[in-house]
Design a protein around this ligand. Structure first.
Ligand code: BG6
Length: 297
């Protein structure tokens, strides 16, 4: 059996011989689906998500670039919409490589996507007038999903950017979820809105709105583990992405988000977002920045 890859103008789908699959929407290069071999979904995708290019996708793995949230005090990005333009631009599918084509004996497929200044809407080009390129690769194996982003400055002016992989992980019951690996790490609490960092004591449990930007006290290769009912479900290892955002909107926030459906869907998701969002990555002309995550099951 071979890896089966199908694509049309809007989506790319890949199924491994062992049965695991992924689906990526060219709009945002958003990973919409990641299924195990029995067809069980591992990502949370809102039933109200717009998949027609009218709005960033609510769920899956949206890509945040070149600004996390909004940055009113950062002149170059201050005019951009929340989380930038990568998640609402249409990417190009650059091609795929499989274990067969690379000669490796494992069961894997890598899909490559690209976005550059040329692909942007006139509006986005005006708001952020830098010559950049993004290369995004999504690699599926039987037991993990790896996503990696390379940002290159193709122009002659330096620019500053933030990047984040805004992964919505699917869980059965948020009340049974614990997140470990961020013990003793400092975080900025966006719900409290207080600027001073707080220290995480013990593991994280969710019983209300959580929106925190962690600076993990251990290095990026120390996994952040999402467990349910005491059993490890997802393990996220980062490469060159120093920060981790943990987000669950809970009841009121989910109600206020138009495309968040069903409204009690907050019980079935947790965002664990690997990123470089605390400061800015400064890229001189010709420079590249690379960041990646591997989510293992
Ligand atoms: C998280 C932010 O990364 O994304 C939250 O920390 C935000 O503050 C959430 O609410 C969702 O953002 P959006 O733009 O997709 O509604």
């Amino acid at each position: 059996a071979q890896v089966n890859i199908t694509h049309d103008n809007s989506r790319v789908n890949a199924v491994l011989p062992s049965g695991e699959s992924i689906e990526v929407l060219l709009y945002g290069a958003t990973v919409l689906s990641w299924k195990d071999r029995a067809g069980n979904e591992r990502l949370w995708l809102s039933e109200g998500a717009k998949l027609d290019g009218s709005k960033a996708v609510r769920g899956g793995i949206p890509l945040v670039f070149p600004v996390f949230g909004t940055a009113p005090n950062h002149a170059a990005t201050s005019k951009l919409p929340q989380h930038g333009f990568a998640r609402n631009s249409t990417w190009e599918f650059l091609g795929s490589s499989t274990s067969e084509s690379t000669g490796k004996s494992d069961n894997s497929v890598k899909l490559d996507f690209g976005l550059s200044q040329n692909n942007l809407s006139e509006e986005s080009k005006k708001l952020w007038p830098y010559a950049f390129s993004l290369q995004y690769s999504v690699t599926l194996t039987s037991d993990n999903l790896a996503t990696g982003l390379v940002v290159t400055n193709q122009g002659d002016q330096p620019f500053e950017a933030q990047v984040l992989l805004h992964t919505y992980l699917r869980v059965n019951d948020i009340s049974k979820v614990t997140v470990t690996g961020l013990e003793d790490s400092e975080y900025v609490d966006k719900v409290a809105g207080t600027p001073n960092p707080v220290k995480q004591s013990g593991s994280i449990t969710i019983s209300g709105e959580v929106d925190r930007v962690y600076t993990p006290s251990k290095g990026p290769s120390e996994p952040v583990v999402v467990s349910e009912g005491g059993e490890a479900k997802y393990s996220v290892v980062r490469d060159n992405l120093e920060d981790v955002v943990v987000w669950n909107p809970w009841i009121d926030k989910a109600n206020s988000i138009g495309d968040f459906e069903p409204k009690d869907g907050y019980k079935n998701m947790i965002c664990v977002e690997a990123g470089a969002v605390k400061g800015w990555q400064k890229l001189e002309a010709g420079d590249a920045f690379e960041g990646a995550q591997v989510i293992s099951v």
